[in-house]
Design a protein. Structure first.
Length: 92
């Protein structure tokens, strides 16, 4: 597959997809299909696109238990600080 034709190139170990265009190489963020709403969304480590999708009940008891155990990390990920906020900012 020739990159000059504009096909997607996956760089191993980087989780990014690159596409070569006439303007140069365009890097896009990885995507996934959310297991909650079934929409294509930006990748998250929890296979869900938002807290609303993450907080849905699971059919499999083992998966439901794993969801409950990982809930604090998922909540922190989805409800994290606003962009531009810094933990060591003395003005906050």
């Amino acid at each position: 597959m020739d990159a000059a034709e504009g096909r997607l190139i996956v760089r191993a170990g980087h989780n990014l997809t690159q596409r070569k265009t006439q303007e140069g190489i365009v890097t896009t963020e990885p995507t996934m299909f959310c297991r909650g709403c079934n929409r294509q969304r930006p990748w998250t480590p929890f296979e869900r696109c938002s807290w609303e999708c993450y907080d849905q009940d699971r059919d499999d008891p083992a998966e439901h238990q794993a969801m409950q155990l990982a809930a604090p990390q998922a909540f922190a990920f989805f409800m994290g600080p606003a962009s531009g906020w810094q933990a060591d900012d003395p003005s906050t």
